[in-house]
Design a protein around this ligand. Structure first.
Ligand SMILES: NC(=O)c1ccc[n+]([C@@H]2O[C@H](COP(=O)([O-])OP(=O)(O)OC[C@H]3O[C@@H](n4cnc5c(N)ncnc54)[C@H](OP(=O)(O)O)[C@@H]3O)[C@@H](O)[C@H]2O)c1
Length: 346
């Protein structure tokens, strides 16, 4: 018997701006039987991430182009139904590149197993996945904030940044979050619990705002933004400061003024004997199990929170995706598909 699945396919390219939900077409397609090394997954959750946006521009860019008519790419999590790979058995929970569909036949190498004892399945797409791990290693292993120190986190309202803020606060640090706009400042103060919030988009007041929010200077800077925010924070570094650069959101987009630039504050680094470190989470793969256990324990005891907005059903994916580039409530945007058990989370 051949199974079918509902899926969302890319119907038209969207070169710029907020992706129009009309760019996607709901469709039904046959699901093939898994071949050697493949696994059939019942998809429960879709993760909305910015990267697939770059694959639907219809022009060469930093990302490979998705052909029109292809199932929209995207990370997801679900349960194995059939497996022809020794690494997975029916019933296993998995996460990985599954695409916007309800059943996905994929290569086992595109998946990682999810330990259900660590937290709810959807957390494997955020706090107990790449963004939580990035925050964990950048903060705990590279920056190593100490009690009483001032830690500045940029892109603080994002998946990585909000967890980095919470981990730094758990270490006893005074945490200053740099977000994008007044709404994110409120979120950082009210939901993430930072000591002070700075609007990273308010270029004119940035330097003064950072200085005011960090009266004792900056001991640790976790930077996911680069550009003007980076320059402003570097001006307030203390002697012996640790700077971890893990992302450059300000230079990912297209257009003038967004090109990657070299450091313009080398004298500051010398005078403050500061340490600046580049960071890639993949370098820590061997330590993921240990880190996930600790993150899972903190999620269970409430000291870490998986901030998220849940959108219901496959049909909601285009809208949920669009909110990433518009006015989304800060936190992870997730889509719960019909097969997801209803008793695990609401
Ligand atoms: N090095 C690694 O191994 C690694 C691993 C994972 C992620 N990363 C990087 O980490 C960074 C954050 O990732 P994420 O998953 O947390 O992204 P995310 O959830 O999309 O969050 C990014 C946040 O930054 C905000 N933002 C944009 N421009 C800003 C500015 N000028 N000042 C302050 N905030 C600004 C965004 O606001 P809007 O939503 O309003 O735009 C959003 O809230 C990215 O650069 C990503 O590439 C690196």
């Amino acid at each position: 018997m051949t199974d079918t699945t509902r899926c969302l396919k890319l119907a038209r390219y969207a070169p710029e701006g907020v992706p129009d939900p009309a760019s996607f077409e709901l469709s039904v397609e046959a699901v093939r039987e898994p071949g050697d090394g493949e696994v059939l997954v019942e998809v429960h959750w879709l993760s909305m991430d910015p990267f697939p946006r770059m694959c639907m521009r219809g022009e060469a860019s930093m990302a490979p182009q998705l052909p029109l008519g292809a199932v929209m790419m995207g990370r997801g999590a679900g349960r194995v139904i059939k497996s022809r790979d020794v690494g997975f058995a029916p019933g296993d929970l998995v996460a990985g590149e599954l695409g916007w569909r309800e059943l996905a036949c994929v290569k086992a190498e595109a998946l990682r197993g999810v330990d259900a004892s660590l937290g709810p399945l959807e957390a494997s797409l955020g706090l107990l996945g790449p963004s939580g791990l990035t925050a964990y290693f950048a903060t705990r292993q590279h920056a190593q904030p100490r009690a009483g120190e001032t830690v500045v986190v940029s892109a603080a309202a994002g998946s990585v940044g909000s967890t980095a803020c919470r981990l730094a606060a758990l270490a006893g640090a005074r945490v200053v979050g740099v977000g994008a706009g007044p709404r994110q400042s409120r979120y950082l103060l009210e939901e993430v619990g930072v000591t002070a919030a700075v609007d990273g988009l308010d270029a004119e007041r940035l330097v003064a705002a950072i200085a005011a929010a960090c009266p004792r200077g900056v001991d640790v800077f976790l930077d996911g933004v680069g550009g003007a925010v980076h320059d402003a924070v570097m001006g307030s570094l203390n002697v012996g400061a640790r700077v971890v650069v893990y992302g450059l959101i300000s230079s990912y987009g297209e257009g003038a003024g967004r090109a990657d630039v070299g450091p313009r504050n080398l004298m500051r680094i010398i005078m403050k004997r500061a340490r600046i470190t580049g960071f890639l989470v993949g370098d820590h793969a061997a330590e993921f199990p240990h880190a996930l256990k600790e993150l899972g324990a903190k999620l269970a005891d409430g000291s870490l929170v998986a901030s998220q907005t849940v959108h219901e059903g496959l049909e909601a994916a285009p809208h949920a995706f669009a909110t990433l580039f518009g006015d989304a409530h800060p936190g992870k945007q997730l889509v719960r598909l019909a097969a997801a058990p209803r008793n695990d989370h609401t």
